[in-house]
Design a protein around this ligand. Sequence first.
Ligand code: SF4
Ligand code: SF4
Length: 420
Amino acid sequence: MTADRGGFAGLDSCVHCGFCLQACPTYLATGDEADSPRGRIALMRALERGEIAAADAALTTHLDRCLGCRGCEPVCPSGVAYGRGLEAARERLAARDGPPPLARFALHAMTSRELSPVVYALARAVRATGLPRRLAGWGRLRFAMGMLGASGPMRNAEWGMRNGRSLHDSAFAIPHSALSPALLFRGCVMEGLFSHVHDATVRTLATNGVATGEVAGQGCCGALHAHAGLVAEARALARVNVAAFAGSDAPVVVNSAGCGAILKDYGHLLPGDPAAAAFAARVRDATELLAERGPVPGAPLGVRVAYDPPCHLLHAQGVAEPPWRVLAAIPDAAPIETPGAARCCGSAGLYGLIQPEMSRAVLAPKLEELRAAAPDVVATGNPGCQLQLGAGLAAAGIATEVCHPVELLDRSYRAAGYYA
Ligand code: SF4
Ligand code: SF4
């Protein structure tokens, strides 16, 4: 076997034990072996060997249904690199057909430098009317409205404020000379719809001694392209970011799990490029940087919080503890952990657009667990998860908000009087 097998080689260690089956949301939804990691590995290996054609309908059906959540990796005793294999298989399939036209258009609308600012400005204007929240429900259009409605800042302005600014009488300040630098990765969806999370990230990091700087010329991380098999486009985007962030050793802070996972993987995406590997080594999730520094405690919020770990933070980046430590800095917010929290919510980039039925089927058990646990808010550090969970909760009539963990910490700091 030779090195040009790429990601397919990562599948070789599969011993067909089946330990991964119960960790796979699509297998749990259909009970079909071909919708399990083991079944898909068999299909991908057959594709590599040429025993199945890239045009084979069963192959594309079952690989298209994979969320790419990588929930199968941590439970695998043989260390199968499922994600790498899937990436290689999708690249091969995309070379033949490419993503469906709707997904291609969505990708362009969400990530292109020319079109996306217009799309996001329009989306924010519609969101500001309040209509998306009122129209949220099941069905493609109503679910999309729910997603847009879920993208705004936390609605409940009272959380934390009932406690008064109890811990500190004046604004908390660290002398500027004591601050260490970091550079903010803004991304496209985060910048377009979640700039309030960027603001919360900058404030909470400053409170913990990190001064976050801006970097001109950065762009989309390329994650959605890579997941769709458009690896050449993902590489082109990666090169732009590597060049934009060059010339500094400061950590690159990212608050989107999906972006963070691919930014940390740029060394693999651009093999043989030392600058890409050096960039990747600097990337830190915002919760990692905060957790390294405590974070300093805030004020109570008086809310029940559930934490839902994004797959691309927990499985792809292996970042498990830091978000809990961020939430633990809120004195009364010991988060609830629902039994299926570590399973994918069904968001998975453009998956909801391409596989709406499976996406909803994967989401359904998570919604029922949240209905039973009845938290006031679910914290999750990825825009796709926030949109999917927010739209699902609204459609299911569950009065639970969704936000980023850093937003909750920010509110807690505001309530503590660290800043106005
Ligand atoms: S991927 Fe891992 S857990 Fe799943 S069948 Fe193969 S060896 Fe077993
Ligand atoms: S990546 Fe997720 S959906 Fe795909 S096989 Fe693994 S666990 Fe199942």
